[in-house]
Write a protein that binds this ligand. Structure first.
Ligand code: ATP
Length: 350
């Protein structure tokens, strides 16, 4: 099922939760709605589900307008953060509940239950009560209940945020595999950029109800349209250095002995004289010769295969992410080369 939002605005009294939002999700695609708290992700999802009505604009499923179509008639499966299972019912009865409501014949119910519980590896849990399950198991049951109706669309609102980090990774891999197997059009709401990057075909990044960028994770990471997008994706975050651009020449105040002549930044937006140079931590290389910037190691954080260095040059601080094949010490002076950098309009400073 293809989903299209056209000029959607949602206003609650004085708050504009979503502002003039337009985008399309192709049939079988999985997208993430990503953005900081309060940016309008859940409101957008609720409008697609039919739980909220847009103040303006129209939502189409396969080119059919959805205004006036009740939530229960939209052929949608939903999964929320808080599982929302019925505590007095067994796992099996929880999963079968939507089919019972729709008077699906018993034989068909049994068949679908077997199929979905196999897919989600919860066969052993069917006779337990939700209270006898771990958080991850409860969420698997909630996903099974959402999918047993074989909906055309799956909507997930921060489904894994109550789970620990390892389980989140396991479940997000599982949901992605399941989604690809079923080829079900899916919207996944999260504020976790790593989660969004790892599972989506495309990410829609929002800020204050306004769409910032809608693209593949790689494109968003490598070609951000503005400083907000560049800063939201990436851990550790992109380094930001105030600079000026005159006649094509970049000058970095407070950086001595290094003229970034050779830099060929990616221009992100309409860059005027006051600009911000962005450098991702992994694009800082330690070199032994050639054009370089010097900096002192101020702090070292070792993470298994890589190391994060906090580097100082005068008043500037940079974070570099390097592979762990060198011994660095605090106080070392390093020669640095910027493999790739971005230039943004300063947008009133950092
Ligand atoms: P979070 O990640 O914290 O869940 P979100 O991106 O999902 O945030 P929304 O829940 O969509 O954000 O909220 C967007 C804005 O709309 C917020 O400012 C919120 O306070 C406001 N809002 C949402 N629902 C209502 C409501 N029913 N009445 C009034 N304001 C609302």
């Amino acid at each position: 099922m293809k989903i299209r939002l056209e000029n959607i605005t949602k206003t609650f009294k004085t708050t504009t939760a979503v502002s003039n939002l337009s985008f399309t999700i192709e049939d079988g695609e999985m997208i993430c709605l990503l953005g900081p708290s309060g940016c309008g992700k859940s409101t957008t999802l609720s409008m697609v589900a039919g739980l909220e009505q847009p103040t303006e604009g129209e939502i189409y499923f396969d080119d059919v307008p959805m205004s006036g179509v009740q939530a229960e008639n939209r052929d949608i499966g939903m999964v929320f953060q808080n599982y929302a299972l019925y505590p007095h019912m067994s796992v099996q009865d929880n999963i079968l509940f939507p089919l019972k409501m729709h008077h699906v014949p018993k034989a068909q119910r049994r068949e679908r239950l077997e199929k979905i519980s196999n897919m989600l590896q919860i066969q052993e849990l069917l006779h337990r009560k939700p209270g006898q399950l771990s958080g991850g198991q409860q969420q698997r049951v909630a996903i099974a209940r959402a999918l047993i109706k074989e909906p055309k669309i799956l909507l997930l609102d921060e489904p894994f945020s109550n789970l620990d980090a390892r389980l989140r990774i396991e479940l997000r891999d599982d949901i992605r595999a399941l989604q690809q197997k079923l080829k079900i059009t899916t919207i996944f709401v999260t504020h976790d950029q790593e989660e969004a990057m790892s599972i989506s075909d495309r990410i829609l990044l929002m800020k204050n109800g306004v769409l910032q960028q809608y693209s593949t994770p790689q494109e968003m990471y490598r070609t951000p349209v503005n400083l907000f997008v560049a800063s939201f994706l990436g851990n550790p975050p992109i380094n930001k250095l105030p600079c000026t651009l005159r006649d094509g020449v970049i000058t970095l105040p407070g950086i001595n002995g290094w003229k970034p002549d050779a830099l060929e930044p990616v221009f992100c937006g309409e860059v005027q004289e006051q600009a911000v140079l962005g450098v991702r931590p992994e694009d800082i290389l330690v070199v032994t010769e050639g054009e370089h910037l010097t900096a002192q190691v101020a702090a070292i954080q070792t993470l298994g295969k890589e190391v994060y260095l906090r580097l100082h040059h005068g008043e500037h601080t940079l974070t570099a992410c390097l592979s762990w094949d060198h011994d660095y010490s605090i106080g070392d002076t390093l020669k640095l080369k910027l493999r790739k950098c971005y230039l943004f309009p300063s947008e009133g400073g950092l």
